[in-house]
Write a protein that binds this ligand. Sequence first.
Ligand code: CAA
Length: 297
Amino acid sequence: MEIKKVGVVGCGLMGHGIVQVAAQAGYEVVVVETEQGYLDKGLSRIEKSLAKLAAKSVEKGKATAEDAEAGRAASWGRITGSLDKQDLADCDLVCEAIIEDLEIKKALFAELGSICKPDTILASNTSSFPVSVMAEASGRADKFVGLHFFNPVQLMRLVEVVRTDATDPAVFAAAQGFGKSVGKAPVGCKDTPGFVVNRLLVPYMTQSLLMLERGDATAADIDAAMQFGCGHPMGPITLTDYVGLDTTLYILEGWVERYPNEPAFAIPEILRQKVAEGKLGRKTGEGFYKWDGDKKS
Ligand code: CAA
């Protein structure tokens, strides 16, 4: 099962990063969006990120300016944007990174199942939905895996490779191989809520918000505690802003619907309030903190 051409559906926060790491690893990549504006925005993020990484590799003495520029241009040249899903037909692997909405994802996979060549591996970057449900919808459950990357995809080393009971072991192995080839450490896991990371991380983030809600400590102190006490790169409240308060809420709501008696999935009122106010974290410039681009202001 050789993967040469990769398709990505969605060029948002996660999709643009997946496109970029695949192109950097030498794959031809087609990325499909629903509107030209979204596509342009995602491609421009990739362009900036590639330029930044090239500049950094020169700064760190890892490459000459000439080699870094050649690498940047080659990666960029391997990426094609499209508004037409038919362009995914001959991809060897198609990874979905669209909105976290199970019905929309199911419909997309049903369509991809009929568009893509029979041996195309289909993958979802979902953070929280059951992979088996999307696999079923695709009509090719044996060729379906979860490929869960982490934000920012360009920098985070992990990809969770999720197998369902129906995943063909050769497909699972090919997906793990793909993860490795794009410079990630693939971790295999079963199709359980949140897989490994989010099953641990989201309840931890939630607990930090409940702590804030109770007034046990300030947001800044909770974050400083975990940064300096446990060596985390970001404290949990900063991380919730970074991930997106809406995304965190969707993840929790999906779990609560399926596991209403699991106390670890309790939803803090403070999270609902912020989302209702449109304060979604870094992406809207304000969540629990104020943000200026990627940095807290
Ligand atoms: N492309 C290229 N460069 C990038 C970049 C990108 N996408 N994003 C950041 N950088 C650059 C920054 O611009 C910065 O460059 P300078 O040094 O020139 O300023 C450099 O990388 C380092 O960034 P920071 O200065 O912000 O410093 P940092 O050391 O804190 O690294 C971080 C940033 C890697 C994001 C780090 O803070 C971190 O690991 N945070 C935790 C992130 C995390 O936990 N992610 C998982 C979220 S959960 C998830 O994704 C799953 C889910 O389903 C919800």
